[in-house]
Design a protein around this ligand. Structure first.
Ligand code: SF4
Length: 677
């Protein structure tokens, strides 16, 4: 095998209890991480689609990547794939990811990924210790919260005389000082709630898509992994050279560049300093990091209220309570908002059909309310109801916001923007008519894109801060240079709405295509959306970021393959085409692939500040009041399909595209169902 791979993917069938392996070699065309996960999913169950997410046929796939367990910066996330019960109106084949140590331990244990199929008749967890794999009875673990479950499983799987940080003998002459990395669902997931997340460590969530509920449906409490091996690197010297070269792009803690500017609060999220990913909590804290990540953005706070969480999770009240019960922050935010709306309208309430019973007052604090001690009591009571109560209220809320609109007979609440679920049941996030690669990229996918480090943090948030360290002209040009192979287009990140170069232009088709291909290849390699891509940075003198040079330097060093960045983006295109084919098999159509009506009807009040080319000049502007034009967007969609090699009439991948990409089995599966483009 090339460097970066162990050569085998673990396959565990919870129905038959069979434990076997798949050869990684078979899936090498898909590079690793997300791509291999998609190929395995298609291979094992593609022909049986469509079926529901809670069907035992659904798979949970957790993939490491060639970078897992190496010191490639910001590559420590595990990719989770399968049908996502949190998505709407169809439970699309979806992905989420979580940080922490799991992906490295998986590699050290000798596995490129894990595929779980079937469903157990009683609660179990999977215990992976190098090549020894067991399906264990989860009696006494099922029902525990995510933190208690991780502790209990760690105690059970380690040798009897195990002491923290001392050598433990896992097998004859096989020692480690590590503890297992455990990913688990909480009691909310056990109840098959669509709000359920997966959690590893104190606060590393695979938050989106409801994979906690899929664990629950399989009666799978957790997967524990510990390994005593190592990650193979093809060219160790090239790897070390790449790592030393990369130091220029990092915040230098001993001698930070322009510290007077970048140590200020305005830049705390985007300067690359350790800490700073914890948006709301400014209490004394110390940095913590995922495996391999020198940024260390995950704070452990003095009051222990939002441990090792980043970004939106820290803005919600009761963050650690949410982690312990195993609910995903992004679904909870939208669902909580909609629940409050239904309460104010008398649909949920005491004595009503959906009666929440006695809930403590929600309390203040936290950006979305419900923070502090009183907030924690509210969230504890709410999650307890969702996890344990057999009531119409709990059943309703466990369906999550999108399906709640149907159940309470208000199907129009998504279209009219009462609940702003912009892309497939996931919550609105930034401005679709302005930050188009996020909006369009989410719709042409299966969920909120969540790729903050694309234009969002580096451009939008930098543009909000004084002083801006780059002009709109310079920032947009550096982005162009990074965005190989479309780097001959000066208007890739023009967020204006001119006909030639703006919202519906060919430049935006390329921007969206680049984002999807990057997402599928690089981001799916365990990359963190808080670190990659890096098209600009405050940490270099010329402000050039590490993309596209860093990705390929590390890739070639780890794998020993001699690919170019453009080659990898083409593989990203192939992976995107495979994912799209799976969505088509599930029922994706051109008509379905559109935004709720409110995106076309309601203008953006304040807009969303980004570089725009207006009246012959590059400026930072918000696109205030902009709406998406339905006809122009439909035309954009048609041209995007064509650009990507899909039938412009229906968005289905064509026979030629699939033949060129060497995916004959995918073409056959689509043809059989008359879905070939
Ligand atoms: S930037 Fe933060 S969340 Fe991302 S890999 Fe590093 S420590 Fe983990």
């Amino acid at each position: 095998m090339p460097g970066g791979y162990t050569g085998k993917i673990l396959r565990v069938n919870l129905t038959t209890k069979a434990i076997s392996k798949l050869d990684t070699e078979k899936y090498m065309d898909f590079a690793g991480g997300h791509g291999m996960g998609s190929a395995v999913f298609f291979d094992l169950v593609g022909a049986q689609l469509p079926f529901p997410a809670f069907d035992p046929k659904n798979l949970v796939i957790i993939m490491a990547s060639p970078f897992a367990g190496t010191f490639m910066p910001g590559s420590g996330r595990s990719e989770v794939q399968g049908l996502g019960p949190g998505l709407y109106p169809i439970e699309w084949f979806a992905h989420s990811n979580f940080g922490g140590r799991f992906t490295a331990q998986l590699k050290f244990a000798g596995w490129d990924g894990i595929v779980v199929e079937g469903a157990s008749d009683k609660p179990v967890y999977i215990n992976v210790m190098d090549d020894k794999v067991k399906i264990e009875d989860a009696n006494g673990v099922w029902g525990k919260n995510t933190w208690e479950a991780q502790l209990e499983i760690s105690k059970r799987v380690m040798p009897n005389n195990f002491k923290m940080s001392e050598w433990a003998e896992l097998a004859s002459n096989c020692f480690t000082t590590q503890i297992p990395a455990v990913v688990t669902c909480g009691p909310v997931g056990e109840a098959k709630s669509r709000l359920g997340c997966l959690l590893s460590g104190p606060g590393s969530q695979a938050a989106l898509c409801g994979f906690g509920g899929v664990f629950g449906s399989k009666k799978l409490k957790a997967i524990s992994v510990i390994g005593t091996g190592h990650a193979e690197i093809a060219d160790a010297k090239a790897m070390m050279d790449a790592r030393l070269w990369f130091r220029q792009f990092q915040w230098d803690v001993d001698n930070p560049r322009d510290a007077n500017v970048f140590e200020g609060m305005g830049y705390s999220l985007i300067s690359g300093r350790p800490k700073g990913g914890n948006v709301a909590n400014r209490l004394p804290s110390r940095a913590a990091a995922c495996a391999s990540c020198p940024r260390g953005c995950k704070e452990r706070t003095q009051d222990g209220s939002t441990n090792e969480a980043v970004c939106a999770g820290t803005m919600a009240g009761g963050n650690d309570v949410m982690h312990r019960w195993g609910a995903g922050h992004w679904q909870v935010m939208a669902t909580q908002g909609y629940m409050q709306r239904l309460m104010s309208q008398g649909i949920i309430g005491k004595g009503k059909e959906y009666d929440p019973g006695d809930l403590p007052a929600q309390g203040g604090g936290g950006m979305f309310g419900g923070g502090g001690a009183s907030g924690n009591a509210y969230w504890e009571a709410l999650y307890k109801k969702l996890a344990t109560e057999d009531s119409k209220f709990a059943a309703l809320v466990n369906e999550a916001a999108a399906r709640m609109t149907q159940i309470v007979g208000r199907p129009n609440d998504i279209n009219n923007g009462t609940v702003r679920l912009t892309y497939w049941g996931t919550q609105e996030h930034y401005s679709t008519p302005v930050e188009v690669e996020w909006g369009y990229g989410s719709l042409f996918g299966e969920r909120d894109l969540m790729l903050h480090q694309m234009a969002n943090y580096p451009l939008h948030w930098m543009a909000q801060v004084n002083p801006q360290y780059l002009t709109a002209e310079k920032a947009s040009d550096l982005y162009r240079q990074a965005m190989v192979p479309y780097d001959d287009d000066r208007f890739l990140v023009d967020y204006g709405d001119s006909v030639e170069t703006g919202t519906y232009s060919l430049s935006k088709i390329k921007l969206v295509a680049w984002t999807k291909h990057y997402e599928k290849f690089w981001h799916g390699m365990g990359f963190c959306g808080w670190r990659w891509p890096q098209c600009i940075t405050n940490n270099t003198e010329d402000r050039k970021g590490a993309t596209p040079n860093a990705e390929i330097k590390f890739w070639n060093a780890v794998t020993g393959k001699k690919l170019s960045f453009a080659d990898c983006m083409e593989i990203g295109h192939k992976i995107y085409t495979l994912d799209r084919s799976i969505w088509v098999l599930q029922g994706r159509t051109k008509k379905l692939e559109t935004f709720p009506d409110y995106i076309f009807n309601q203008g953006e009040g304040q807009g969303h500040v980004l570089p725009m080319y207006l009246n012959g000049k590059w400026v930072y502007d918000g696109g205030r009041g902009r709406k998406l034009d339905r006809e122009k967007f439909e035309d954009f969609k048609t041209r995007f399909y064509k650009f990507e090699g899909y039938n412009p009439e229906n968005g289905f991948p064509t026979a030629k595209t699939l033949a060129d990409m060497k995916m004959p089995k995918v073409a056959d599966a689509l043809k059989k169902k008359d879905l070939l483009g």
